[in-house]
Ligand binder design. Structure first.
Ligand SMILES: [Zn+2]
Length: 238
């Protein structure tokens, strides 16, 4: 593990503003699956012990980190498409020639412009695709999922997640004339729909075989993973 001193200072300072009480509250020793940091996690939006202070990972980042650890999967030597990359991964992963950090509008963490509904790469181009909390912002999500399917190698894996309302069986799309502020209030800021438990069916539509990344309660304790659902999508038949 390498200590990211600049980021640690930033997180501790932010923690002082966000929740000064956390420094005197009992906090367990945790381990980050993204950067391997061991120590006390920091308060994030709405929840204590949410962020790794060393890389800034959140629960879903660490669920992905856990899966990659188990599989011995790294970005080195792989052809990777990372949509809207999370800063925690960018801070931790070494620069790798096959790694594409992409977004519709390039940001601090992404260099390559990619429209997820028309990905300008050939079929079966990537061994690993990571696409978290992107599809809820995309109008043509079925088209986007079809594109992720198309550019994934037959032996590859796509890691995909969206915010899912666990109490909803079906996805809700707001009426076209609903004011944006009301949509934001119901679906989340900038989201164009509220996914329900049928999200997996949407992933299966182009042909993906879908599993979830699962973890034990001990792993949940150790790495602070929470109840987010992260999907593994493959093209091969198990
Ligand atoms: Zn970390």
């Amino acid at each position: 593990m390498s200590l990211n001193i600049g980021h640690l200072i930033e997180e501790w300072a932010r923690g002082l503003l966000r929740d000064p009480g956390q420094y005197v509250a009992p906090r367990a020793l945790r381990e980050c699956t993204v950067c391997d940091f061991e120590g006390r996690f920091m308060t994030g939006p709405g929840r204590r012990e949410r962020r790794c202070p060393n890389c800034g990972s959140r629960e879903r980042d660490r669920i992905i980190g856990l899966f990659m650890r188990r599989e011995g999967l790294t970005v080195t030597g792989k052809r990777v498409l990372h949509m809207a990359p999370e800063a925690a991964f960018r801070r931790t992963w070494p620069a790798a020639p096959g790694y594409v950090a992409a977004d519709l509008v390039p940001t601090r963490t992404s260099e390559r412009r990619v429209d997820i509904t028309a990905i300008d790469f050939p079929d079966a181009r990537f061994d690993l695709i990571i696409c978290n909390h992107v599809l809820e912002h995309v109008d043509a999500d079925a088209k986007a999922i079809g594109e992720l399917y198309r550019v994934l190698d037959p032996k590859g894996v796509a890691i995909i997640s969206v915010p899912v309302a666990a109490d909803r069986l079906t996805t809700w799309t707001p009426p076209a004339d609903m004011p944006r502020t009301e949509v934001d209030h119901i679906c989340g800021l900038g989201h164009v729909r509220l996914y329900g438990m049928d999200f997996e069916d949407r992933l299966r539509a182009p042909g993906f075989r879908v599993e979830r990344i699962t973890f034990s309660s001990a792993e949940n304790e150790r790495h602070r993973l929470a109840d987010e659902i992260v999907h593994l999508c493959r093209k091969d038949r198990a």
